[in-house]
Design a protein around this ligand. Structure first.
Ligand code: GMT
Length: 376
């Protein structure tokens, strides 16, 4: 197949999933055309089947807000014509699904049929999309898509609850590439960070409010009061200054390190003992899956689709949002040397159910259904 992929190229789960999917599809022999405004973060490899088309737009003094949605639609039209796309797959509804619709209608006037699939990832539905600023367009574009997928049952249910959707939504969960996310022998790194055998706790996110990174520090503070431990924070974002201040207030800066937007996150996960995900919204929790693939148990909240991944008492523990005491109590239980090996093994076994080789064929089958039926 000749597949166009539209996504956000920056740090964030939807762009990561889109890029990993494109990479896997390229390896399966499909031609994959990424259409984005910048090189996606994980599109840092060469594959003869993978192409990149940059959306460029001229600014003009009249535009307070440059019309990106139109530039994207025009680029989709251009790519569809010249690369002969069989279908387009857009990740994150806003504004990608409405640009896809516009492109589809333009192509129709030129006698070209281009079905488009929209994958809902999370905040496009749970936060931004249901705001009245965007809701009518999001509802329309979901209904106008040739196929719609959501990354968890929870996200599907929320979409049906919050939007007037009159079509099916297929759940295709996120996946992990074990060739990259597997426990690697990085003991020298562990020794450098934890010279006295401390437990190593990790959190990765884009440091937005919904991630509740302050809870990570509060939980860590409670853990460190009972057990020698270190905390590594991977990622960056708007909450970072506030988190740094909180670390100073809690007097834990000696034991907390900010690693920034580290690419080789799998190296950190390879030596971690526990991953903390205290999010208040999380449609799936890809970062937790990547941790589990590296044999790291997860202490998380019960937000959104996380319980579809993290199994309480098996692969880690689940608490109510904001209950830092419960999170710390569960973390201490998981980190206990009697329990840790069983949690690590269960985290890995669960992650294997989301192996790329299991999930990517579900997208390929969905593409075929859409191409055969025009709409699913
Ligand atoms: O929240 C993020 O990290 C970014 C956001 C995105 O769309 O870029 O992530 C969402 O999509 C990920 C991939 O499907 C999911 O794993 C995340 O749970 C989801 N984030 C939220 O729902 C808050």
């Amino acid at each position: 197949m000749n597949i166009g992929i539209v996504c956000y190229p920056t740090f964030g789960g939807s762009g990561v999933v889109a890029t990993e999917l494109g990479k896997a599809l390229g390896e399966h022999g499909h031609k994959v055309h990424f259409i984005t405004y910048a090189q996606p973060t994980r599109l840092d490899f060469f594959n003869e089947n993978v192409y990149y088309h940059e959306v460029t737009f001229e600014n003009y003094p009249l535009f307070k807000y440059p019309p990106y949605e139109m530039a994207l639609a025009s680029k989709i039209v251009d790519t569809a014509i010249h690369e002969k796309l069989d279908l387009l797959h857009v990740h994150y509804a806003i504004p990608h699904a409405s640009s896809a619709y516009m492109a589809q209608q333009i192509l129709k006037t030129r006698g070209i049929t281009m079905p488009f699939i929209t994958t809902l990832h999370g905040t496009d539905i749970t936060l931004v999309g249901k705001d009245e600023t965007y809701e009518p367009v999001v509802t329309f574009s979901i209904n106008a898509s040739s196929g719609v997928t959501a990354v968890s049952e929870n996200l599907k249910e929320r979409t049906l609850r919050h939007f007037d959707v009159n079509r099916q939504i297929r759940v295709i969960p996120n996946f992990v590439d074990f060739r990259r996310f597997s426990k690697q022998p990085k003991e020298h790194f562990k020794t450098a960070i934890c010279p006295n055998g401390e437990r190593l706790i990790v959190h990765t996110s884009n440091f937005r409010k919904v991630k509740r990174v302050d809870d990570v520090l509060k939980v860590f503070n409670l853990i460190a009061a009972k057990m020698p431990a270190k905390l590594l924070l991977v990622g960056d974002g708007p909450e970072r200054p506030h988190i740094e201040n909180l670390g100073r207030e809690l007097e834990i800066t000696e034991d907390v390190r900010f690693l920034g937007k580290l690419d080789a996150v799998e190296e950190v996960l390879s030596v971690a003992d526990l991953f903390i995900m205290p999010s208040e919204r999380e449609s799936f929790g890809l970062a937790a899956l990547e941790a589990m693939a590296c044999e790291v148990p997860v202490v998380s909240t019960n937000a959104g689709g996380i319980p579809e991944l993290n199994i309480h008492g098996e692969t880690g523990c689940i608490t109510e949002i904001g209950d830092v005491e419960a999170m710390a109590e569960h973390a201490l239980m998981v980190l206990d040397e009697q329990n840790l090996p069983r949690f690590k093994a269960a985290a890995l076994a669960r992650a294997k159910q989301f192996d790329q080789s299991v999930i990517v064929p579900q997208y390929e089958a969905f593409y075929r259904e859409v191409l055969e039926n025009g709409c699913v």
